[in-house]
Design a protein around this ligand. Structure first.
Ligand SMILES: *[C@@H]1O[C@H](CO)[C@@H](O)[C@H](O)[C@H]1NC(C)=O
Length: 624
């Protein structure tokens, strides 16, 4: 009975409320003419802020967005590469059951700090081009929120960043902007699986035409005048430098084929200020820019410019050309765009006459994604002339095969147009310049307490050496430092002390066993002050702590300080080490950052997994 009454009461109140709300609503409608009813759009946990073009919006998040698979970068201010709803939970605006939030885009910044809060571990990020902040889902007075979100069609972080960053509008952009581009798209577009090449209306025929001088078919030139200007391929916003072979050896005919290839790529890319842009550098003895990124803003003009290129002649100094590209080509003055990845496609007939490995490494380190197309490489006894065997593989970054194309014959080069365009436009994979092995400052914190013992201590040093060996060590690559601790702490060597692998390995060998107590907390603080304050801002900071027992002091506050500084901390425990303590020291989630082995002789077993986790973590980080 009571229940029935209460239900009835409730429904009466409900009706009254409905009446009241509709009453208010309709009176609003009278005062504000034809104001559409605002409904808060809903998004999934995986939607990143960079995907949404609106500068300020309200959204409804589902439950469960605290899952670590929805990555969040930063604290309070989040990089736009973060899950919107994940960030909302991290910031405390939302609990695990979801709800409405208010999102406002703000400028990109450097040094997003990771932190653990409300069950979400956010990650650090050195730099990103756009950010956002979250506040409670209460609409502000006088602000109109979109009831349908505008999704940027791009699936790439770099292009996203580009879209959310204010850019000067050039006259060409105004000209080429179509209503479809300027009007908001009400629905999310499914990600396009392929690059522009496959959608391109008319792939340019090559091959059999290759012997004829002039490579633009007549019918094409005539239709092109009525064709609307290209709108660009927003999925492929890259700044591309074609580095072409103009050496004497290549010959006129092959040079011509090379130009046709370039033209076909330019065509397939559909160049535009909103999409890919392209310039050409030609090399012989010395390199020279034929035209840069901003000389020509569409495929037609670029093709016309390519047609005019004459071979330079001379040697095939590819390394020199790459250094030139690194130093000069990708400057802002040459049209390099913020937020668009830099790509250099190097064409090589046969083999280079100089060394390319070092020049390529420097190019990659300055953020250029280097692709090599080797045509008619050395065969048989020609191989003796190649000064750097396997140069193409050495020149590109680790993820091999993707960045180098080997082409048997100039006459089959046209088959590489589509594969190349696809790869160059696969912006998510253009992360060539930084790898997990060449971009960290790694501080080892080594327990030298009495319980370890002399012989085990040398096993620990071997472990440190084995981990270090995996990294590319130099002043601009990974750097390594070490601290040994007992009750006390001492700096064995700092990040800037050694800059080659042999020097580091020697220094590790020379670390003398100290013997004493175990103050792990104080050791972490010491490492923060003595090692990590001298870490470079663009480096990933890793701390690898090895201990064989429970600490005499509390590790919680020092560990938290390390995590807050964005230092990814691995805790390796041996023998009497306490798992709970390792879990506290280690970066969250502990299962990926804390390791325990029962005896020193088994320490070697954890080396591959630690390296694997370091790289997995690196690869889950977005890059500009
Ligand atoms: C280090 O590497 C050497 C050579 O591969 C191996 O014999 C040794 O067991 C490894 N030791 C540790 C502690 O990783």
């Amino acid at each position: 009975m009571g229940i029935v009454v209460r239900t009835m009461k409730a429904s009466v109140i409900e009706m009254f409320l409905v009446f009241l709300v509709t009453g208010i609503h309709s009176s609003k409608e009278i005062t504000r003419i034809k104001r559409p009813k605002f409904t808060v759009p809903q998004i999934n946990c995986d939607v990143k802020a960079g995907k949404i073009a609106d500068p300020e919006f309200m959204v409804k998040c589902p439950a469960g967005c605290q899952d670590p698979k929805y990555h969040v970068y930063g604290t309070a201010v989040y990089a736009s590469y973060s899950s919107v709803c994940g960030a909302a939970v991290h910031s405390g605006v939302l609990d695990h059951s979801g709800g409405k939030i208010l999102v406002r885009k703000v400028a990109g910044q450097s040094g997003y700090k990771g932190s653990y809060s409300n069950g979400v571990q956010s990650l650090s990020l050195p730099r990103w081009t756009a950010s956002f902040v979250i506040s409670e889902g209460k609409p502000k007075k006088g602000v109109t929120y979109p009831s349908a979100l505008t999704y940027s069609s791009s699936r790439s972080p770099a292009a996203n960043a580009g879209e959310t960053t204010a850019q000067p509008v050039t006259p060409t952009q105004v000209q080429t902007a179509t209503p479809a581009e300027t009007a908001p798209t009400p629905l999310p577009k499914p990600p396009e699986p392929t690059a522009s090449a496959t959608n391109s209306p008319r792939p340019q025929p090559l091959g059999h035409r290759s012997r004829e001088p002039g490579f633009i078919p007549k019918e094409e030139s005539s239709t092109q005048t009525v064709e609307p200007l290209p709108q660009g391929e927003p999925n492929c916003k890259v700044d591309l430098s074609f580095v072409i072979d103009g050496s004497s050896r290549i010959g006129k005919r092959r040079f011509q084929i090379q130009k046709q290839f370039l033209a076909a790529v330019a065509h397939a890319l559909d160049l535009s200020p909103a999409g890919p842009l392209m310039g050409v550098v030609q090399y012989g003895d010395n390199p020279a820019t034929q035209f840069n990124l901003k000389t020509h803003m569409n495929s037609r003009d670029v093709k016309a410019a390519i047609e005019k290129i004459a071979p330079r002649g001379g040697l095939s100094n590819v390394g020199r050309a790459l250094s030139f590209v690194t130093k000069h080509f990708f400057s802002k003055a040459n049209g390099n765009r913020h937020g668009a990845p830099n790509v250099a496609v190097v064409m090589v007939d046969g083999w280079p006459t100089d060394k390319v490995e070092e020049a390529s490494r420097l190019a990659r380190e300055s953020g250029i994604n280097v692709f090599f197309i080797t045509v008619e490489g050395a065969v048989g006894n020609e191989k003796q002339y190649v000064i750097e065997p396997n140069f193409a593989n050495k020149a590109v970054c680790r993820t091999n095969g993707f960045y180098s194309l080997k082409v048997q014959s100039w006459f089959s080069l046209h088959k590489s147009v589509q594969p190349l365009v696809k790869r160059v436009c696969d912006v998510d994979r253009l992360a060539c310049s930084r790898t997990c092995f060449n971009s960290a400052d790694i501080g080892f914190v080594i327990d030298g307490s009495s319980s370890v013992g002399t012989s085990n201590f040398y096993t620990v040093l071997q472990f440190v050496a084995n981990l270090s060996k995996a990294f590319e060590i130099s002043d601009t690559d990974t750097r390594i430092g070490a601290v040994q601790y007992t009750y006390e702490q001492r700096l064995e060597f700092a990040f800037d002390q050694y800059s080659s692998k042999p020097d580091i390995l020697n220094a590790i060998k020379r670390v003398g066993y100290w013997s004493g107590g175990t103050s792990t907390g104080a050791a972490i603080n010491f490492a923060l002050e003595q090692l990590f304050t001298k870490s470079k801002p663009n480096k990933r900071k890793l701390m690898i702590l090895i201990t064989d027992g429970r600490s005499y002091d509390d590790v919680r506050i020092p560990a938290m300080a390390a995590h807050q500084k964005g230092i990814i901390t691995y805790a390796i425990g041996v023998a009497w080490a306490a798992q709970d303590e390792l879990d506290v020291i280690a970066t969250h989630p502990a299962r990926d950052h804390a390791f325990f082995v029962d005896e020193f002789d088994n320490l070697y077993k954890s080396v591959p997994r630690i390296l694997q986790n370091i790289c997995a973590e690196f690869n889950s980080q977005p890059r500009n």
